[in-house]
Ligand binder design. Structure first.
Ligand SMILES: Nc1ncnc2c1ncn2[C@@H]1O[C@H](COP(=O)(O)OP(=O)(O)OP(=O)(O)O)[C@@H](O)[C@H]1O
Ligand SMILES: [Mg+2]
Length: 459
């Protein structure tokens, strides 16, 4: 292990250096506090022997900065007997132990041994914790496709920052999973992760949930209650379905983000909002802003970093990976011998358009596992919707006895389907194109050819 000796006296450097080497460790010397901090930044150091009386930067300041850099660092303070008060102060600031000068060599040896033991324990604890976090980290988000790899890159970049994050994506694409991954890969990972289900709660109830209330602030407030912002202190607060938050609550939320403080309902005490905000929605917030249903200023505050999750059908190559993952998970959970997905069944899984995304796939696999008796998941275990390609669900074609123009009939049918798709997607051509599995430009051309205008749909 390596031990940094911070002392401006040459004699003490020599004595302590010899002791450290006799114990089988590497000794690094620093004569000033500045030099010590620079070394700590560069070198892997396990323990510091620190003289509190230094020229320039004080030993106490070195202690503070060193522990800030590495909270596991073990610092042993060495100080003249006359300044024992400083030593006690140092203990309060996180020093492991203090040794008064003049010291006995044996005392130094013993303290080094104990200090290094502590260091090792801390390192082990940290490793265990990190293993635990791993389970909530990236490895729960499965996928190797380019779009999902881009999401991983963004999470990696965004997680350590302090910025608010907005996660966009259709239902079941993994927004909540990503929000948790961000939290567990951030500096706040040891703090709480609190979810706000903005759902369809009335404003006053939502606000009492968010900010808490004091006893008697409204009928039913029979005691003081902490709000979610308070519970999330030091961690992250996740606003699921942020688009559903009533306008009046949006105004309050904006104020909390800007001022980083809030009050409980009916309270007078100003509380610090020491949280990171992660929000998610499957609505088009820009549309909501345009329609006046979402505050533009709040939108910009939340949308510092955007992570967009692609629908599952846009990353079909992830489907086998995800399907097999859930197959194993649910087989274990249900103690079933099923281990494999037949190639025909896999093909159907890959061809299906998954409007409910990963959640729908997960449900389909879970259902198949529960119903299964053998070791292979085959077509018969898949839900009807997945088994029947969409065209088979279309009504049977009728041929008039006197025949027809195939071209006109196909055009008329195309027209009907395009109009249906546009109606189903509220006139949003991009969405309609997805439903029809064509490029937006293709849809646009078809609409022109068939003289379909979005305006005419409303009637
Ligand atoms: N890439 C993925 N790998 C593994 N599991 C996933 C992945 N994406 C989503 N899931 C799983 O799919 C389910 C739905 O995910 P999640 O709840 O995060 O979606 P969501 O976007 O929040 O959906 P909604 O908008 O309906 O709330 C969860 O069980 C989640 O664990
Ligand atoms: Mg969700």
């Amino acid at each position: 292990m390596s031990i940094l000796i911070v002392d401006d006296e040459e004699v003490l450097q020599d004595v302590l250096g010899a002791l450290v080497r006799e114990e089988g460790h590497e000794a690094i010397a620093a004569r000033t506090g500045e030099e010590a901090l620079a070394l700590l930044e560069r070198e892997e150091v396990d323990l510091v022997l620190l003289d509190l009386m230094l020229p320039g930067l004080s030993g106490m300041e070195v202690l503070r900065q060193a522990r800030e850099q590495d909270p596991d660092l073990v610092v042993v303070v060495i100080t003249a007997f006359s300044s024992i008060e400083g030593a006690i102060d140092a203990m309060k600031k996180g020093a492991f132990h203090y040794i008064p000068k003049p010291f006995k060599n044996e005392e130094v040896r013993l303290t080094i041994r104990k200090g290094l033991e502590r260091r090792q324990l801390k390192a082990e604890n940290r490793a265990l914790k990190e293993q635990l976090h791993g389970r909530f980290g990236f490895d729960r988000i499965i996928g190797k496709s380019k779009p999902i790899q881009q999401v991983f890159d963004l999470i990696r970049l965004a997680a350590p920052s302090k910025s608010n994050i907005l996660i966009l994506g259709d239902s079941g694409t993994g927004k909540e999973l990503v929000a948790k991954a961000i939290h567990h890969n951030s500096k706040r990972r040891n703090g709480p992760f609190v979810t706000v289900n903005s759902g369809s709660m009335p404003a006053d109830l939502l606000e009492s949930n968010l900010f808490g209330h004091v006893k008697g602030s409204f009928t039913g407030a029979i005691s003081n209650k902490k709000g979610l912002f308070e519970l999330a202190t030091g961690g992250s607060i996740f606003f699921d379905e942020i688009g559903n938050i009533p306008l009046e609550t949006q105004a309050k939320l904006l104020r909390v983000i800007q001022e980083k403080e809030f009050m409980r309902l009916g309270g007078v005490e100003v509380l610090k909002a020491e949280v990171r905000i992660i929000a998610a929605t499957n609505a088009n917030l820009e549309d909501l802003v345009e329609r006046g249903a979402f505050r533009e200023d709040l939108y910009y505050r939340l949308n510092v970093i955007t992570i967009s999750l692609p629908p599952l059908r846009k990353r079909a190559e992830d489907i086998p990976l995800i399907a097999n993952h859930f197959l194993n998970t649910y087989a274990r959970e249900n103690e079933k011998p099923i281990r494999e997905i037949a190639s025909g069944a896999m093909q159907l899984l890959m061809d299906y358009h998954w409007p409910g995304n990963v959640r729908e796939l997960e449900n389909a696999v879970e259902r198949a596992v529960v119903l299964s008796t053998g070791s292979i998941l085959d077509v018969d275990l898949l839900p009807q919707t997945v088994r029947q390609p969409t065209e088979l669900q279309l009504p049977a074609a009728m041929l008039p006895s006197n025949g027809l123009s195939l071209k006109d009939a196909v055009s008329a049918y195309e027209r009907q389907l395009i109009v249906k798709a546009l109606q189903a997607s509220g006139g949003v051509q991009k969405k309609a194109a997805e439903l029809l599995n064509v490029k937006p430009t293709t849809l646009h051309e078809m609409m022109k050819r068939l003289a379909i205008s979005v305006e005419s749909l409303a009637s």
